[in-house]
Design a protein around this ligand. Structure first.
Ligand code: AMP
Ligand code: GLY
Length: 427
């Protein structure tokens, strides 16, 4: 089987690493990839959003399957375009990709199908929104409707902050057209958790649970990031909670897709708030989470190509998905300045000192001298989140200790990471 993976983050490295283990895979390409992905796949100089070039490459190489990592090409309709060339693609089509590309679309879906979520109202007029600040009290949740690299949500503590956020989103248009519509939500309290699910037309199957750490500093302090670490399984999930989520969220979501004619096939990432009145949906993403994937796929025993094919062919209910009992912890190493800015070109040392059973997934890395991240030997930083050091162990504590022991062997100038990954952080 010949597979093209689209993307260049730690998530795509984890997907590539797992696919490369399949005896069914004869060739893997990744567009554009990074220095770590280059160990398991051939990197191709095509950007993840260059839909035309991706389709042309897939057709020329006669790939059997394209696997799409990030949300932007999905929202651009890359799956529809690849399928038009008669090539199979893993990921939702453009219509379904609105579940991540428009917060208002998802809120309307959740409301229509009575799936628990925060109350909301949408605004397209700046002055009207200014009059409505504080409508649910404070903190006030404001969300740019469109895609904003995970940065489009503002939690304003008071009126001044709320008015500033309105001006930035709708006046200065800091998120571009993503902020032309703004969704205001009730503020939810509780513990956040992520649930990644494989979905086809008939079935929704949650993967093993995982926990993400979104803030930059220990103790959940500082600005939001793409994610500073993860572990799996979650320490806050119980059988009872999983059952509750299945009944109140997963089943109505699948039924909602069927009723609305949404042919969702791919990974649905459900951001949850577990509060006193039960689990509620914070958001839907329509792809694997990053860095949840690094911990979750480290525990997958089944062949990922089989699962991807079963999803594409609507055979997910027949597919056995086996998980390891081992625990996984993944610690993200980030560049100086992240998330506001990111330093590039710092030489990374110590990668060869890492234990053989520890996996260092690469995100923002490149080979020195190569603009596109593929080509020369020295590995350097090339983005905000640089590496995700992933360890497994018989117990959660063993995995956690092993991950941090290996983190300490890796160095680059300005390297920052959270020391509390793998602990339960109370807010
Ligand atoms: P989102 O991009 O919608 O997941 O939002 C990013 C982060 O903002 C979430 O992970 C939460 O920490 C926070 N957040 C989003 N919506 C709410 C809400 N309604 N209540 C409280 N926190 C929220
Ligand atoms: N870890 C959060 C995300 O992938 O959106």
């Amino acid at each position: 089987m010949k597979i093209l993976i689209v993307g260049n983050g730690g998530r795509e490295h984890a997907i590539a690493w797992k696919l490369a283990q399949s005896p069914r895979v004869e060739k893997l390409w990744c567009a554009p990839g990074n220095a770590g992905i280059a160990q398991v796949a051939e990197c191709v100089k095509i950007g993840a959003e260059d839909i035309e070039a991706l389709c042309a490459f897939a057709a020329e190489k006669e790939v059997d399957m394209a696997v799409i990592g990030p949300e932007v090409p999905l929202a651009m309709g890359v799956v529809d375009e690849i399928e038009k060339r008669g090539i199979r693609a893993f990921g939702p089509n453009k219509k379904c990709a609105q579940l991540e590309a428009s917060k208002a679309f998802t809120k309307a879906f959740l409301d229509r199908h009575q799936i628990p979520t925060a109350g909301y109202k949408e605004f397209t007029d700046k002055e009207e929104l200014k009059k409505a600040v504080g409508m649910y009290g404070y903190p006030m949740v404001l969300k740019a409707d469109g895609l904003a690299s995970g940065k489009g949500v503002v939690i304003a503590e008071n009126e001044a902050e709320a008015l500033k956020a309105v001006e930035e989103m709708m006046g200065d248009r800091v998120f571009g057209t993503a902020g032309d519509k703004v969704v205001v939500e009730e503020f939810l309290t509780g513990i956040e958790a992520s649930m990644l699910c494989f979905v086809d037309q008939h079935t929704i199957v949650p993967m093993e649970s995982a926990q993400d750490y979104k803030r930059i500093f220990d103790g959940d302090k500082g600005p939001n990031t793409g994610g500073m670490g993860s572990y799996s399984p979650s320490l806050v999930f119980t059988r009872e909670l999983e059952e509750q989520i299945r009944e109140s969220i997963l089943e109505p979501t699948l039924k909602g897709f069927q009723e609305d004619g949404l042919d969702f096939r791919g990974v649905l990432f459900i951001g949850l708030m577990i509060g006193e009145d039960g689990p509620k949906v914070i958001e839907f993403n329509n792809r694997f989470g990053d860095p949840e994937t690094q911990s979750v796929l480290a525990r997958l025993d089944s062949d990922l190509t089989d699962i991807f094919e079963a999803v594409i062919d609507n055979r997910l209910s027949d597919q056995e998905i086996r998980w390891s009992d081992r625990r996984a912890v993944s610690v993200v190493l980030a560049s100086a300045g992240y998330p506001a800015s990111s330093d590039k070109g710092r030489v990374i040392s110590g990668l060869d000192q890492v234990d053989s059973d520890v996996i260092v997934f690469h995100a923002g890395t490149a080979f020195a001298g190569a603009e596109d991240g593929c080509g020369e030997p020295a590995v350097v930083t090339n983005g905000g989140r640089v590496l995700a050091v992933t360890a497994t162990g018989a117990t959660h504590d063993e995995a956690r200790e092993k991950a941090f022991a290996n983190v300490e062997r890796i160095h680059f100038q300005g390297m920052q990471y959270r020391k509390d990954i793998g602990t339960i952080v109370k807010r």
